[in-house]
Design a binder for this molecule. Sequence first.
Ligand code: NAD
Ligand code: DAU
Length: 342
Amino acid sequence: MRNILVTGGAGFIGSNFVHYVLRKHPRSHVIAYDKLTYAGNLDNLEDVADDSRYTFVWGDICDEENVDHVMRAYRVDTVVNFAAETHVDRSLTEAGSFVHTDTYGTYVLLEAARKYHVERFHQVGTDEVYGEVMNGSAAEGWPLEPRSPYSASKAGGDLMCLAYSTSFGLPVTITRCTNNIGPYQYPEKVVPLFITNAIDDQPLPVYGDGTQMRDYQFVLDHCEAIDLVLTQGRPGEVYNVGTGVETRNIDIARMILRLLGKPESLIHHVTDRPGHDRRYSVDSEKIRALGWAGRHSTEQALEKTVRWYLENEWWWRKIKSGAFRAYYQKQYTDRLAHLSNI
Ligand code: NAD
Ligand code: DAU
């Protein structure tokens, strides 16, 4: 990996991955390519801006000309595609941008990767493509049964990647990861939303009864998994990445309140997310066999995340006082008007 194109590099996981690669691979040059949507934020990369091994390029992965230019100009040999519309709730009201970026944008990147004979194209996928898993854990060969516009669009991206591997021999790998938490996560996602609301003594809006389960992992554990697959994974293969530990949303809310010393009366049950998947669960034996093991338990990941948000108010207050306010009002005003305390 000499010249790594990190698409979506100004987002949550992408920016953590940029930091990770600059630390771990001193001889690599990282080109972060990002459209800077509401979720992209150059504050996430402020501390590496002067690093000569890092370049930021503004651009859309759906823009064929720009993608072609970047691929050629920087002699890209490795692509790691994080760029996506990522929030399930937004996909329920504005699905078009999800189909466009998550499926069509992936195709544009694949075409350019094929043209320039990249050595590896890595797609950052999600466990949500398996759909709701009520029993057992989904292995990589399970059928894809996505249930939200977000997960359906991501499944489209994954399938294009596998098609380019089969049809053209493009060296593609895919990881399908569970919920990440950690620094720089946009506060629309449940953990940073609950932490920042709790710090401000605002309600924590728990959808429905709060018994839905997610597998939360620390973002740098996910970055390590991607790095491992880039260096040890077999082209054409998919690797699930999960801790195997599931936590109910209501318990995540309680854990956050406990860590912050805030009362449980801040928890409010609100109208559920339409089509809310109750449980995801992946079987991660395949990546464990490559040598991956997450370093953080759910508690440790949450503790580190809470600490980061406490210590970095400069980062999230700017977001929460900006365009996010309109989104929050639209998404939560009615829900919170009918709120009920536990
Ligand atoms: P994010 O929303 O924080 O960041 C997405 C980034 O992509 C932003 O910087 C945004 O500006 C950029 N982007 C969006 N559309 C673009 C376009 N058309 N062209 C170029 N850039 C564009 O998302 P995240 O949580 O960091 O997720 C990164 C990837 O990991 C996504 O592909 C997501 O599906 C996947 N994933 C996320 C999680 C999670 O828990 N957050 C878990 C599994 C997989
Ligand atoms: O599983 C991986 C996926 O995890 C990623 O592919 C997605 O990009 C990422 O957004 C995440 O999807 P989720 O829908 O699981 O994450 P979210 O943080 O939106 O919600 C987590 C759980 O919390 C879910 O059961 C819904 C619930 N929730 C969410 C919000 C925003 C609430 O109860 N209240 C809320 O306000």
